[in-house]
Design a protein around this ligand. Structure first.
Ligand SMILES: [Zn+2]
Ligand SMILES: [Zn+2]
Length: 338
């Protein structure tokens, strides 16, 4: 439980009871990602006190009244995001911008706990999925929203900057979603090896401390530029190079979470002359159904992406691994580990 930014402790809380329309999950795994590092610092609309954990895999443990179609013992992933349906954004059909956006693990109790309450309507059955695939449902749902935003044209050349879990999921979706070739660029050879195994056509080892040299290497790899450049690093110096790597008429998708206060320079003349499109992709609503289908159809695989497992007591170590350990791709909290 976080009392505020950077201040968390292991707390004993009463086991919650599901109200009508809700279920209680016994948490099997909670994925930890870069978003949790932002939440740790108080960013990403976190509200405190907070039990973190927005990537939720659990077993149905108790069922509230008026719930149909779910049974105790089923394995499910839960869509952490809910919208109000009543605000101006929702009433315009743009519920991603809901003024009352509700997200388990961000501004409501999440999965870094033995138990979690969620709406039954937010649960997706995953009895048939391996745990390392199922636990990627939330980041895959966000990546599917990213693909909706990107609108890849068949035959496109796609560049993914970054080979963290999101970069690797985006690369898989792009490779199987119409791209002629997917190039993944990152500073870590092990992650690039995994990118190739998961379906990237080409990888490029780049040095984050030298963005200019990286830019030159990437330009050399594709002199005409890429139809789509997906920025999945959240590193401002890398993000800044993305428009320069796009083909004339190409697009840039800002997917990584850059620091809120950072400002980058881009040439508006280039945006004008080369008709570049720069768009963002934030979280997701209503993408879980397709995310679970993509995992079930092996269009997205988590094999090799989950590298570290921790008990609840080791939450701090999990954050450190995601932040600092180059061998860590995806860390998960497994409450049964203690
Ligand atoms: Zn996440
Ligand atoms: Zn709303």
């Amino acid at each position: 439980v976080y009392e505020g930014p950077r201040r968390f402790r292991i707390a004993s809380l009463p086991v919650p009871s599901p109200r009508p329309g809700e279920v209680r999950l016994r948490v099997l795994a909670a994925g930890i990602c870069g978003t949790d590092l932002h939440i740790h610092e108080g960013g990403f609309f976190a509200s405190f006190p907070l039990t973190p954990g927005h990537e939720i895999l659990g077993m149905i443990d108790a069922i509230g009244e008026a719930v149909v179609g779910l049974e105790v013992g089923q394995k499910v992933v839960a869509d952490n995001a809910s919208v109000c349906g009543n605000c101006r954004a929702c009433r315009r059909g743009e519920s991603l911008f809901c003024e009352n956006f509700h997200s388990l693990g961000v501004n409501a109790p999440g999965a870094c706990a033995d138990f979690l309450i969620t709406k039954a309507s937010k649960c997706y059955l995953v009895d048939d999925l391996a745990e390392d695939d199922a636990v990627l449902a939330e980041p895959t749902a966000c990546a599917i929203h990213g693909m909706d935003r990107a609108k890849i044209r068949p035959g496109s050349q796609v560049l993914v900057l970054g080979a963290g879990p999101s970069g690797l999921i985006l690369a898989q979706l792009a490779a199987r979603g119409g791209a002629a070739a997917v190039t993944v660029a990152a500073p870590n050879p092990r992650k690039l090896q995994l990118a190739r195994r998961l379906g990237a056509d080409r990888t490029l080892l780049i040095d984050r401390s030298d963005p200019r040299a990286s830019l030159e290497a990437l330009k050399e790899a594709s002199p005409e530029g890429f139809d789509l450049v997906i920025e999945a690093t959240g590193a401002p110096a890398v993000a800044e190079t993305a428009p320069m790597l796009a083909r004339d008429g190409g697009s840039v998708l800002i997917y990584g979470i850059n620091p809120e206060e950072s400002l980058q320079s881009i040439s508006l003349y280039q945006v004008f002359r080369r008709e570049l499109t720069i768009k963002g992709s934030f979280a997701q609503v209503n993408c879980f159904e397709r995310a679970v289908a993509a995992l079930r159809g092996s269009r997205v695989s988590g094999q090799g992406i989950v590298t570290h497992r921790f008990g609840l007591e080791e939450f701090g170590a999990a954050l450190n691994a995601v932040r600092d350990d180059p061998s860590c791709l995806k860390a998960v909290i497994r409450p049964e580990m203690g």
